[in-house]
Structures are given as C-alpha cells and as structure tokens.
Design a binder for this molecule. Structure first.
Ligand SMILES: *Cc1c(COP(=O)(O)O)cnc(C)c1O
Length: 375
C-alpha cells in the first residue's frame, strides 16, 4: 500500500531521526536551560560554519528576522523599501509595520523572483533598502542586485526563508550561501521550511560586525549591558528545544536538499515537454533547493485540476493566490490592478505540488500520472 500523499511529510522524516531528536530534546529538559541555553549557541555556531557566514543571530521566527533586520538599519518613516509583490505577506508586512514605504515591483515569469531591471526602475532618492525574496528555493539574481545597490548606496536584506542551503554562483566562480550575500539575510525555521524546527524559529545572517551587534541587541529588548537599553528593541529568541531539533536536522540538510532535488527532477521529467505546463526554470547562477515545486499552468482550469487531484489523493496548493498589492490591507492609490502583469498572471496560474524529503517513487508516479491524465 502506498502511503497517503501529503504536501509536507514531517512525520516520516521524524521517524528516521527520532532517536537523535529525542535525545537532543531530553538533554535540554534535563539541563532546564530552556532560553539562551548552550544548545542555542551550539546550533548558532554550527549554522555559521555550514553557511560560512560570520554571524548567525537566532530569533523567534522569520517574520521577526525581517523586522529586526529593517530595525537595525536606522531608517526613517517614509523611507522606501523595494520588495516583490509576489511573495508571502511577511516580506511587505514588516516594511509597513515600521512605517516605511513598501515599493512593490513585479517578478520574472520564469524564476518568480524580482530582477535587477525591475529593481532599477523602482529606485528613487528615498530608496533605502531592497528585499529580494529567494522564492520557492532559488536565489534572485543577487550579483546584479548587489551591484545596483552599491551604486545607489542601498541596503540589501535577503528574504531567505525558503532558500536555506541554495548556493549562488558569482561570475568569478565564487559560491555563496543564500542569505549570506546581502548586508543581512533572514530565514525561518517554521516546521515546513527546508530547515524546520518543531515550533517557531528564525535567524538573521550577516558578515558585518556592527550590524550583528545591533541586531543582537534589538532582538534582546535593545539591551547592550544587562538592564541598560540603548535602542527600542523587541523580544525575539529561539528557544533551546528548537535549537536542539535544528542542530540535528542541520546535519541532514544536504541530504534533505538532495531528496527535494530528486523529486523535482522526477516532476521535470514528466512535465517538461507538456504544452500546458511550465516547469520551474533553473538559472545558471543559483542552485534550487525546492522549498516548493511550482508549475505554471497554461490554459488549464486550475480549480478543476485541483479538485481532480484531490479525488486522486493528491494535495496541491496555490502559493500565492493574491499578490501583496491586491491584498485588502495593502491596497493603496499607489497601485492599480494591471500594474504587475506577471505577478497577477502567476497568482491565477501557479500550482504547487507535494514537495518534501520523503516522497517515494510510487507516490511521485501517482502524482505525475494524475496531473497528466487530467490534462
Ligand atoms: C515563511 C516565510 C516568512 C516568515 O517566516 P515565519 O517564520 O513564518 O515568520 C517570510 N518570508 C517568506 C518568503 C516565507 O516563506
């Protein structure tokens, strides 16, 4: 009997690492160092080593990471921050929350990420930061974005919540981990993310000592010396039990990425030549770690496909059905429907298939056969 297919299968993954994870969690409970325990420091240094980045600052979740990143830059209300409209809401939410001005832009139809050209057109004298989102697990074209940012003296904060472990290749051959190219990178350890814990978690990455110090302080109530508060901060921390889970899962991250890439290759093989399907395009500059495997449908009734798949026991999801500029909370006279034709088309035509580390060949076969038989 084939195991039932899920979008994300955390249970089967856990079964394989159960003894390691259980031991890690039990050690934390025995130590009672639930907050700021040694486990957090251990995980932090293991992640710094994995990413080859100078500073990892663990925080409570990915949204906090993005918010703290923006807070650390000393921006003023009204300063503009460029971000793609086709993303998870958190990217734009933190900009608005801090009374900065989100300047939304369209994305590339093949990679679903923003492009340097689109960023360039959105830059004004008020632009202070750009947040490229490495959507679905593939890096945005960072080399060009970093060049543009340097020319205009703009900060780059990478939203690497979906892309941990995806290396970028610069023209000189240098490879750098996702989230470690800009001034600050942000990631999420939400359970379904590529490196997920068993609750909430997140982290910021930076190679800048000054920013790292400020970020650490802001995440800890703006404190430098105990009970002396130099900035207005927040309370955002990764707890030790989550760090114990992550420390185990980090040792498996490369094999998890591999499993995702194998599943993606299987999907590609089945779908690449179909006239009604566009498979996720790969770029020459980035690895793809497939947080999602997202098809773009061409002339297909998506709702009908989804219900057919559901009848076949195949779950599917739409990431994301509504762009930021079309969300009720973010409507402004700055934007009109039709302003971002690519993102608007994508929100109507994308479909994400099950993607996780535990997909068996017979499950993949059933998924691809189901999609193809509907078409
Ligand atoms: C998950 C995610 C976030 C937010 O992370 P949380 O840990 O859920 O707060 C932000 N941006 C993107 C692109 C994400 O996928």
């Amino acid at each position: 009997m084939m195991e039932s297919i899920q979008m994300v299968d955390l249970k089967s993954q856990y079964q394989k690492i159960k003894s390691e994870v259980d031991t890690g969690i039990r050690d934390v409970i025995d130590s009672t160092a639930f907050i700021k325990g040694g486990k957090v420091a251990e995980f932090q240094s293991h992640l710094e080593e994995y990413l080859q980045v100078k500073h990892v600052i663990p925080v409570g979740n990915g949204t906090d990471a993005l918010q703290i990143a923006l807070m650390s830059l000393g921006l003023q209300p009204g300063d503009e921050v460029i971000a793609p409209t086709f993303t998870f809401i958190a990217t734009a939410e933190v900009i608005a929350l801090l009374q900065l001005t989100p300047v939304l832009i369209d994305v590339d139809p093949d990679t679903y990420t923003l492009t340097a050209d689109l960023v360039s057109k959105a830059i004004t004298p008020k632009t202070k930061a750009i947040i490229p989102v490495h959507l679905f697990g593939q890096n945005a074209p960072m080399e060009e974005i970093l060049q543009l940012a340097a020319q205009h003296n703009i900060y780059v904060i990478e939203d690497a919540c979906q892309s941990i472990g995806a290396r970028y290749r610069f023209a000189n051959g240098e490879r750098v981990q996702s989230g470690c190219m800009g001034h600050i990178g942000c990631t999420s350890f939400f359970p379904s993310k590529n490196l997920g814990c068993y609750g909430d978690g997140g982290a910021l990455f930076t190679n800048d000592d000054t920013l790292a110090k400020r970020i650490r302080s802001i995440a800890n109530h703006g404190m430098e010396t105990r009970y002396y508060h130099d900035h207005i901060g927040v309370n955002s921390r990764l707890d030790s039990i989550q760090a114990a889970v992550l420390d185990v899962k980090l040792t498996h991250l490369d094999s998890y990425i591999n499993a995702r890439q194998h599943a993606a290759a299987f999907y590609d093989e089945a779908f690449s030549n179909h006239p009604k399907l566009q498979v996720p395009q790969r770029t020459s500059y980035s690895e793809h770690v497939f947080h999602q495997y997202t098809l773009r449908l061409k002339g297909v009734d998506r709702t009908a496909l989804q219900s057919y798949l559901s009848e076949q026991g195949v779950p599917s999801m739409i990431y994301y059905p509504v762009n930021v500029h079309q969300q009720k909370a973010y409507r402004s006279n700055r934007y009109r429907d039709g302003d971002f034709p690519v993102a608007e088309e994508l929100s109507q035509t994308v479909l994400s298939l099950p993607m996780h580390t535990e997909l068996a060949v017979e499950q993949l076969t059933h998924i691809t056969n189901s999609v193809l038989s509907f078409l």
